[in-house]
Design a binder for this molecule. Structure first.
Ligand SMILES: [Zn+2]
Length: 199
């Protein structure tokens, strides 16, 4: 072992981060060690606070430290336009783009028969409950263009099409298999404007 044991432990933990290999983990661990003692403590405390206090919004499933997230709690947001996304990271991506003034619904997964993930394993029932309480609602399905994303979109279309709900999906211009959180604001803004009605 090249590094002292305590440093090696930090490196091993940092390597769990997405896109962080051995060398980057080493650099981050050494850089943090250069921080003042106060800053290191603040960093560690804030990470623990995030872990303890963040949870899904009771309405939409987005990540929040309150009972209801900032979007659901904002009276200026259009509660009758619901953008259905795969995970809470997508909510942040859409919010950063400032391309959308409605609200979200986080499925927390996609239907994937190969992985034994069916409609009951993701947050579809809570979406249906929300929709039952609304009139003149539009659902924008904003899922990754992949087999699982398409299967989930088709399932949602099937269960919602008997109602008067307007259903749209993002256009096919989004590259296949790309994670929503890799899209830039301009692309998201364009995709929202060019959404395709499928109801
Ligand atoms: Zn919410």
């Amino acid at each position: 072992m090249i590094y002292p044991e305590v440093l090696d432990k930090s490196i091993e933990l940092l390597k769990k981060l997405p896109g962080i290999g051995e060398r980057t983990a080493e650099r981050i661990a050494l850089a943090i060690n250069e921080f003042s003692k106060e800053d290191v403590t603040e960093l560690a405390t804030s990470l623990v606070e995030c872990k303890n206090e963040l949870h899904p919004c009771h309405v939409c499933g987005a990540l929040t430290d309150k009972e209801i997230c900032r979007v659901c709690d904002n009276p200026l947001r259009d509660k009758e336009v619901i953008c259905v996304v795969e995970n809470f990271k997508d909510v942040f991506t859409f919010e950063k783009s400032e391309a959308f003034n409605g609200v979200y619904h986080v499925l927390n997964g996609l239907i994937s028969p190969i992985d034994n993930i069916g409609p009951d394993d993701i947050n579809i029932a809570s979406l249906v409950n929300r929709l039952n309480e609304l009139e003149n609602v539009e659902v924008i399905i904003a899922l990754r263009p992949c087999i699982e994303g398409d299967a989930t979109t088709m399932y949602l279309k099937k269960i919602l099409e008997k109602s008067s709900i307007k259903i749209s999906r993002l256009p096919y211009g989004i590259p296949m298999g790309v994670e929503i959180d890799y899209l830039d604001g301009v692309t998201i803004d364009r995709a929202m404007k060019d959404r395709i009605n499928i109801s």
